[in-house]
Design a protein around this ligand. Structure first.
Ligand code: MLT
Length: 263
């Protein structure tokens, strides 16, 4: 674990394993601990680096009123610059996938492979944007508890254990309310990045939980078709496939990474 200063901001990062670097990006409004199962399993083939995004987890609090996908992507490049890393296998879940797509658009030469997990490349619908504005107002007035109560069941499949639900609730309730509000606004402003996938020159893997209610199979299909990517459908999992069925996500990542020879 380390603290790295990039763009005048302090970032907390977890690290495990050796070999070529895989960089994992967490979802909203979570933190780096959501990748613990994967980094433990994949540490024999990759040096797994997992930052807490600006304003989340143990990274420094953020004064941004909007946390954009682009700034998160540039922060990640700053982190690998400080660590002296040229190229990474990038893995992003949900909002982490939006950040990964912004990364691929802005810094394509820093990628070896791209894994998009339970995410989508399209922008929010008008209804989705209105929902984000309503959620921001609710968090500002009521705090995080009600938001967490509503969100946890949407994140996981019906079979998810109380332990996993409690763990996700802990992450959501630990996220600063102002970061949640700023991230909602940032996600609302993100553009459609499907074209990034159509023009990408590296192997892409698309992974989705079979019961993902937030970014369902149709979103994954759309990305896989655009990128000419392999699609892995994870059984017994919802939106949080890496923690709901860690073995299946591990297998999909091993398969994607097996397709490239590391630098
Ligand atoms: C996430 O899991 O990161 C969020 O559900 C993404 C979103 O709200 O679009």
């Amino acid at each position: 674990m380390a603290t790295i200063t990039v763009n005048h901001h302090q970032f907390f990062t977890r690290e495990r394993g050796r070999g070529p670097v895989a960089l994992f990006v967490h979802g909203f409004p979570l933190d780096s601990t959501m990748w613990l199962e994967q980094t433990e399993r994949l540490s024999d083939v990759r040096r797994c680096i997992v930052p807490d995004l600006r304003g989340f987890g143990s990274s420094a609090p953020s004064l941004r009123t909007v946390l954009t996908m682009e700034e998160h992507a540039d922060d990640l490049v700053g982190i690998i610059d400080v660590l002296g890393i040229e190229r990474v296998d990038l893995v992003g879940l949900s909002m982490g996938g939006y950040v990964a797509l912004a990364f691929a658009e802005r810094h394509p030469d820093r990628l070896r492979t791209l894994a998009l997990v339970d995410t989508k490349s399209t922008e929010d619908s008008e209804e989705g944007k209105a929902g984000r504005s309503a959620a921001a107002l609710r968090i500002a007035t009521e705090g995080r508890a009600g938001f967490a109560t509503d969100m946890v069941p949407m994140l996981v499949s019906e079979s998810a254990s109380p332990w996993l639900r409690a763990r996700l609730r802990t992450m959501i309730e630990a996220a600063p309310a102002e970061s949640i509000v700023a991230a909602l606004e940032g996600m609302k402003r993100r553009p459609d990045r499907t074209a990034v996938l159509s023009n990408i020159g590296i192997p892409v893997g698309v992974i989705v939980g079979e019961h993902d209610a937030l970014t369902p199979l149709a979103d994954a299909d759309h990305m896989a078709a655009a990128a000419g990517a392999a699609l892995s459908i994870v059984p017994d999992a919802g939106h949080m496939a890496p923690v709901e069925n860690p073995a299946a996500v591990e297998a999909a990542l091993r398969s994607l990474w097996g397709a490239v020879s590391p630098d």
